[in-house]
Design a binder for this molecule. Structure first.
Ligand code: G6P
Length: 369
């Protein structure tokens, strides 16, 4: 294993650092094509996607959080209603199907039983427009779908998903832009802007990776904690969820994520000096709202660990630690802000001495119920 690991201590760390490459590989077809085009999703994609009226996303685990992120994009950019559901819930409830909705399954392995069964159930309800976003060519879920977009993350060995997640996000963004274009919601200028944003993404992710020494500095403070809270708003709320999931999976610290606006409806009762609160707070139109949520935490003695970007112009103060990504990257910001929460979970787990690549009780791919 040491040969394969190169300079890294664990596969998870290696896979975190492979993200600029994995993202560049995943968007290569789009960049080479110089435009968002249905053909990127399969031969008859133009026909399948043209008159859809909505999107239903089905997935489990980290892939479900990629879906939650995509909902913000699909509704805002493509103007299509989008629901996202945990596959194991969807498959066992009586759902109302609209055959004009596109069913999108997201699965790193392409073999997760609940996701496969949810897809079969959707088909039995009359959904025949199906698309899979998957990292393993010719696995079960893409084979059962009409359209597919393969992420090109390469083999992911660490049980906690990292590069699969960020490449799923770029695939979902590509889907969003393609749907927007097909539905007349993307003019040439906007298309060029989105392509440009994708082109610059591997570089922005690399800048976020360069924050690793600062994140490592936080890990020592987290290691002795029993609980942690993650907050985000809007498109960064699913990134807070993903950050909490990563931390609990590999460090065994109990972590929960909330949309920051929900703080006052419950989790604020948990906040005291012992509670570290991680906030994903890029400089977007919700920043002022997030700042007032942070004051609510500080007023109860909670210690804040804030991931932001250079444009946000606020610095550290008593009980407030700040790490800044270089600049706000716009619509792809949730992808960039995933990097520091992955690094935080990794370094906290390292400090606690857990089995990072093989956390207890978890499997890389769950092919049984
Ligand atoms: C397991 C893995 C997770 C993954 C989830 C869904 O729980 O440990 O990392 O997100 O399955 O897997 P999939 O292969 O369908 O994305």
């Amino acid at each position: 294993a040491s040969l394969e690991l190169g300079p890294y201590r664990h596969f998870m760390q290696k896979e975190i650092h492979e993200q600029p490459r994995a993202i560049a590989d995943t968007i290569e077809a789009v960049i080479d094509n110089g435009a968002f085009a249905p053909e990127l999703f399969g031969a008859d994609a133009a026909e399948v996607l043209r008159d859809i009226e909505g999107v239903q996303i089905l997935a489990c685990g980290t892939s479900y959080y990629a879906g939650l992120t995509a909902r913000y994009w699909i509704e805002a950019i493509a103007g299509l209603p989008c629901s996202v559901e945990i596959a194991s819930e969807y498959r066992y409830r009586t759902a109302v199907a609209n055959p004009k909705h596109l069913v999108v399954t997201i699965s790193q392995s392409g073999e997760t039983l609940d996701t496969m069964e949810a897809l079969k159930y959707a088909r039995s309800l009359g959904h025949d427009r199906t698309l899979s976003i998957c990292n393993v060519p010719e696995s079960a879920i893409p084979r059962a779908s009409r359209l597919v977009y393969y992420t090109r993350a390469g083999a992911e060995i660490g049980v906690a998903s990292t590069k699969a997640f960020t490449t799923q996000l770029v695939a979902l963004f590509t889907l969003t832009a393609t749907l927007a274009k097909l539905h007349g919601r993307l003019d040439a200028t906007q298309e060029a802007e989105h392509l440009d944003a994708l082109r610059h993404l591997p570089g922005s992710v690399q800048h976020a990776l360069n924050l690793e020494p600062q994140v490592t500095g936080w890990a020592e403070r987290f290691a002795p904690k029993d609980n942690a809270l993650f907050l985000g708003r809007g498109v960064h709320y699913p990134i807070a969820l993903e950050g909490a999931l990563k931390l609990k999976e590999i460090s065994y610290i109990h972590a929960e994520a909330y949309p920051a606006g929900e703080l006052k409806h419950g989790p604020l009762a948990l906040v005291d000096e012992a509670m570290p609160v991680v906030v994903i707070a890029p400089n977007d139109r919700l920043l002022e709202k997030v700042k007032s949520n942070m004051q609510e935490v500080r007023a109860r003695g909670g210690e804040l660990f804030v991931f932001t970007d250079e444009d946000s112009h606020f610095g550290p103060s008593d009980g407030v630690h700040v790490i800044r990504a270089p600049r706000h990257v716009g619509v792809l910001s949730p992808i960039v802000h995933t990097i520091p929460v992955q690094l935080l979970a990794y370094h906290v787990a390292l400090a606690r001495g857990t089995d990072v690549d093989k956390p207890r009780n978890l499997a890389k791919s769950v092919t049984v119920e």
